[in-house]
Design a protein around this ligand. Structure first.
Ligand code: GLN
Length: 209
């Protein structure tokens, strides 16, 4: 399995370390030619600053080919700012980046007053997982077909809103979360993603996973 990690900015090295620890081959995507350096079985969009990434994606010419790959269903793991890149809608009304994931997000919702925090909660298919939030986007709503794999009650505790919100979602081959699984020391989410990549590769080769 060969995974391309968007490395324009942000926390990409930690994903590489996690995935390589699980036996995957990784390469960094910084410029257009990186996309054509060999087969690409999956993508990772890391945390960082989504507005900067959006700008660099367009300036580097990476935006269109990556959107094409997403539209064709390449498996992607998107964390924090990466989730913002995929989201179909942003509550502040600014235009989406790729807009391939039918969720609405609120940027920086787990805001400055919190800095970062960790909350352990069940993640479907994994079990309890330590979720690290860093100035993270809130998934305000998700379309009916989007599968919610983990929720957080943390927003309720800090904002007085009595509601659980999705913290990790899956739609088609897009696995996205508000938190940073690469900083948890627990490789389960990355293993879950590699399993998706394996299944997608087996399907496209016409044999069972
Ligand atoms: N606040 C960042 C943004 O809006 C996301 C934070 C993160 O990725 N840790 O892009």
């Amino acid at each position: 399995m060969r995974i391309g990690i968007l490395a324009l900015q942000g926390a990409f090295t930690e994903h590489k370390i996690m995935l390589e620890g699980l036996g995957a081959e990784c390469f960094e995507i910084r410029q257009l030619k990186d996309l054509y350096s060999g087969p690409v079985n999956g993508l990772v969009f890391p945390g960082g600053e989504s507005t900067v990434m959006d700008k660099l994606l367009r300036e580097s010419g990476l935006f269109s080919p990556l959107r094409g790959m997403l539209e064709k269903g390449i498996p992607v793991l998107a964390t924090c700012a990466g989730l913002i890149l995929l989201a179909e809608k942003k509550e502040d009304g600014t235009p989406p980046c790729f807009g391939t994931l039918p969720v609405t997000i609120r940027r920086n919702a787990y805001g400055r007053q919190l800095g970062s925090f960790q909350e352990t909660a069940p993640f479907e298919g994994i079990g309890d997982f330590p979720m690290t939030f860093i100035r993270a986007p809130l998934i305000v709503s998700a379309a009916g077909q989007v599968k919610v794999l983990a929720v957080t009650r943390r927003y309720e505790m800090t904002q007085g809103i009595s509601q659980e919100f999705p913290a990790a979602v899956l739609w088609q081959n897009q696995l996205a979360m508000s938190f940073h699984p690469e900083l948890s020391g627990d490789p389960s989410v990355h293993a879950y993603f590699l399993n998706m990549v394996q299944n997608a590769a087996s399907l496209s080769e016409g044999r069972p996973a």
